[in-house]
Design a protein around this ligand. Structure first.
Ligand code: FES
Length: 56
């Protein structure tokens, strides 16, 4: 599933980034440009990060 369609970031890419230490939307925005085009993915990205936080 796409998390950020504009920047082509899917669930798997988000989980990989999370595992590499990008654990906040701000960090993902700076490093991967998530949310920097239309911004519609921010809410979903936060939900996905919360899920990843609770799974560790
Ligand atoms: Fe992420 Fe547009 S979907 S910036």
């Amino acid at each position: 599933m796409w998390v950020c369609l504009c920047e082509q970031i899917n669930d798997e890419a988000l989980a990989d980034s999370y595992a590499q230490g990008l654990k906040t939307v701000k960090q993902l925005k700076q490093a991967k440009h998530l949310g920097s085009t239309c911004g519609k993915c921010i809410r979903l990205a936060k939900q996905k990060l919360d899920q990843l936080d609770s799974s560790f």
